[in-house]
Design a protein around this ligand. Structure first.
Ligand SMILES: Nc1ncnc2c1ncn2[C@@H]1O[C@H](COP(=O)(O)OP(=O)(O)OP(=O)(O)O)[C@@H](O)[C@H]1O
Length: 351
């Protein structure tokens, strides 16, 4: 059995080398150290809210590894570090959560996988996140998180999100059986979405991520209008056909005056696990060029990743993304870029 208290104490003592954890007035700095997972002989440590002016995060990580090994003997340690940021500070000032829609013109481009991935990565960066699966035709959130048998319920006349590892989630999938979905009509779907938005007890989240259905038809338009969106993120693959549909999605958000916070290129290149060679199966860079053409920010690329797909298939995305090293995780890089865009737009009063 791993002594998580000893691990946390060791990590805290390492952090204390770099950060004065207690200010002169006795107030504690809000650096948080958590052990998120303790498997056989190994442990994942998450340190969030390091002061954002710490320059060399790699040194902090090294010290943490060293202290944990010295005090507990553990060698299999994974450390995820995140700094508090001016962006995050700005987020903490707001009362109402930001509502971000993740959309795509075309189906199957990885919108649901990236919605969930972004939610987990943003949470790993220290933000309080909720996720709402509005993909009515094929709700996939319950499967991605491995909670297909869960059902939403009411408590004190409020719809209670299903908590998955402390992440509040709601999905049409918690309300109806899969075969029923196709029979629902637009107004019924919008009513169900409104319930999830307006009658749910999302707690004190800072960002709500909505996984929209694919396409740009009337249902998407109505959903997007009813959700009072703060901004939208578009997912596309590098293929021309997906990009053409991504363009339509951008036009839809332009039409309803929802700022597009950026485009993500998914399935962008595949690294051969044997020889390390990158193959651009669906092309590469198309979404970035499109973003430039449309003067929309490009938030980054996510490669084709067999392990991510396998984790998504068996409902283990949370542990998969939590175990990625923050600095080497494409989805975390995208989440950081998204936060920066939000910050810039808020500074310019565009959100
Ligand atoms: N970067 C990636 N690497 C490998 N597989 C991926 C990646 N992104 C998504 N996938 C896989 O592609 C498939 C489609 O993904 P997903 O369901 O997220 O797409 P979607 O756009 O939400 O689809 P839908 O139109 O059905 O809502 C899934 O099997 C998913 O695991």
């Amino acid at each position: 059995m791993i002594d998580t208290h000893a691990v946390i104490a060791a990590a805290e003592s390492a952090v204390a080398y770099f950060v004065n954890l207690k200010e002169e007035n006795g107030k504690e700095l809000p650096v948080k150290v958590n052990v998120v997972e303790a498997g056989i002989g190994g442990v994942s440590v998450v340190v969030s809210d390091l002061p954002y002016d710490i320059v060399d995060v790699a040194k902090v990580e090294q010290k943490i590894l060293q202290q944990i090994e010295q005090h507990t003997g553990l060698k299999k340690v994974n450390v995820a570090l995140s700094r508090s940021s001016p962006q995050k500070h700005a987020m903490k000032q707001q009362a109402k959560p930001l509502i971000l829609a993740v959309g795509s013109g075309k189906g199957g481009v990885g919108k649901s996988t990236l919605s969930v991935g972004l939610a987990i990565a943003l949470r790993k960066l220290g933000l309080r996140i909720g996720i709402l699966d509005a993909d009515i035709y094929g709700p996939s959130l319950p499967k991605l998180l491995g909670v297909e048998s869960e059902r939403s319920r009411y408590e004190d006349s409020k719809l209670k999100p299903v908590m998955v590892d402390d992440l509040p989630t709601l999905s049409i999938g918690y309300m109806i059986e899969p075969e029923q979905a196709v029979m629902w009509r637009g107004p019924m779907l919008v009513r169900a979405l409104k319930k999830m938005l307006l009658e749910a007890d999302w707690g004190n989240i800072e960002i709500l991520i909505i996984d929209l259905p694919p396409g740009t038809g009337d249902v998407q338009l109505t959903l997007a209008q009813n959700a009072q969106l703060t901004g939208a993120v578009i997912v596309s693959t590098p293929q021309d056909i997906a990009l053409a549909d991504a363009r339509k999605a951008i036009s839809l958000f332009d039409r309803i005056e929802v700022p597009v916070l950026g485009i993500i290129e998914n399935m962008s290149g595949f690294e051969c696990p044997h020889c390390g060679k990158i193959s651009d199966i669906f092309g590469h860079g198309g979404a970035e060029r499109e973003a430039e053409k449309r003067s929309v920010p490009f938030l980054g690329s996510i490669p084709l990743d067999q392990e991510l797909m396998a984790a998504a298939d068996v409902g283990e995305m949370i542990s998969r993304i939590n175990s990625e090293r923050t600095g080497a995780s494409p989805i975390t890089a995208v989440a950081r870029n998204l936060l920066s865009e939000i910050f810039i737009k808020r500074e310019n009063s565009a959100l």
